[in-house]
Design a protein around this ligand. Structure first.
Ligand SMILES: [Zn+2]
Ligand SMILES: [Zn+2]
Length: 176
């Protein structure tokens, strides 16, 4: 069950109470209280720093598929109006304008690389294991700033700690 689907979480949100700690009122513009939001932000930063360090791709196959579907719908609408299907500007008799055609050569290459990396990643790792690992190590660097996170992981790597070795061995196929 997703965390946000839990009855307790739903009740707390409905009451305007922070779903994480259940003690404080929700901060303006969000569901969590100031304190838990800060903690959550730090967890995200820690996870980001770790992913970057290990070269773990950010998007899942499902996200990539959804992204492509949305784009397709937008393009169809533009094509019907005789505009560049990519940026929506005047494209004369072409499907795409000149600028977009030039840009595409580069973008396509990058997209193919990202896809290939993701396919390789899903093939070689267990999704649950990966999540648990990231959660565990993100927790450790909780409270760090972005820079402290990067520094922390760099030190782990440089000193080749036991901690780092475990991490590296689990994610070995994805490090660059
Ligand atoms: Zn809270
Ligand atoms: Zn264009």
């Amino acid at each position: 069950m997703n965390t946000w689907d839990r009855p307790r979480t739903k009740l707390r949100i409905a009451m305007g109470i922070c779903p994480d700690c259940g003690d404080n009122p929700a901060a303006s513009g969000g569901k969590r209280c100031e304190h838990c939001r800060y903690r959550q932000n730090n967890r995200h930063r820690a996870t980001y720093a770790l992913r970057k360090r290990l070269g773990i791709p950010r998007y899942t196959e499902e996200q990539l598929r959804q992204e492509a579907e949305d784009k397709q719908a937008k393009r169809a609408a533009r094509k019907a109006s005789g505009l560049c299907i990519q940026c929506g500007s005047e494209s004369k008799k072409f499907v795409r304008c000149t600028a977009c055609r030039a840009k595409n050569a580069i973008t396509k290459k990058r997209f193919r690389e990202r896809r290939r990396a993701m396919a390789e990643f899903t093939k070689q790792t267990n999704e649950a294991q990966k999540k648990e690992l990231i959660r565990k190590y993100a927790e450790i660097s909780e409270g760090f700033s972005t820079r402290e996170c990067s520094q922390f992981w760099r030190e782990q790597e440089e000193n080749n700690t036991e901690f780092w070795q475990e991490l590296r061995d689990t994610c070995a196929p994805f490090t660059t």
